[in-house]
Design a binder for this molecule. Structure first.
Ligand SMILES: [Cu+2]
Length: 180
């Protein structure tokens, strides 16, 4: 009976450091500052834990201390991922027809900054996307080549503003992108 209890205790004792080591091993973004920064009491805790003189909680608190005091540095992966959102504008079938209703869908796209906008030509004839200033003059900002049926054109808006565009083949077709 004593022997079994002893083995169970040993199993628990070896499990915690194994778990901690595994966490550090699988996370490639963990780095260590100079080991000289580890206070003596933390080193003693590891020793005492191995000898069964302190509890798991005390031992884990020592590791928590190392993380909180940035001796063990765990980078948050979320911080390094920049958030790019996506939106679409359809150039619908019949968009070329001056007397038709084939407006861009949507006619005024409202997005937030860092959104990638994709225009898709669903019409039967080529179109292009040319950015304009507020007086209707073409400016060199977002300008696509001719887009055949099914072709796409992408542009990522980084600054707030109201952006005008039109199709130079069918200048009656104008659209807006509003970036907030
Ligand atoms: Cu067009």
């Amino acid at each position: 009976m004593k022997a079994i209890e002893g083995m169970e205790r040993l199993a628990t004792k070896t499990m915690i450091p194994t778990i901690v080591f595994s966490i550090l091993l699988v996370s490639s973004s963990v780095s260590f500052a100079n080991a000289d920064l580890i206070p003596e009491w933390v080193k003693n805790n590891a020793l005492w834990y191995g000898q069964g003189e302190i509890s798991e909680t005390e031992f884990l608190n020592a590791i928590k201390f190392l993380v909180e005091s940035k001796i063990i540095i765990i980078d948050s992966a979320e911080e390094t991922v920049s958030k790019i959102m996506e939106a679409q504008i359809i150039i619908p079938n019949g968009n070329f027809n001056v007397s038709g209703k084939g407006f861009y869908l949507p006619l005024n796209l409202e997005i937030s900054t860092n959104t990638k906008v994709t225009w898709v030509n669903d019409d039967s004839v080529p179109h292009n996307i040319q950015s304009q200033d507020e007086r209707g003059h073409v400016i060199d900002f977002f300008n696509s080549p001719p887009l055949n049926t099914g072709d796409r054109f992408e542009f990522t808006f980084e600054e707030p503003g109201v952006y005008n565009y039109y199709c130079s083949f069918h200048p009656w077709r104008v659209g807006l992108v509003t970036v907030k």
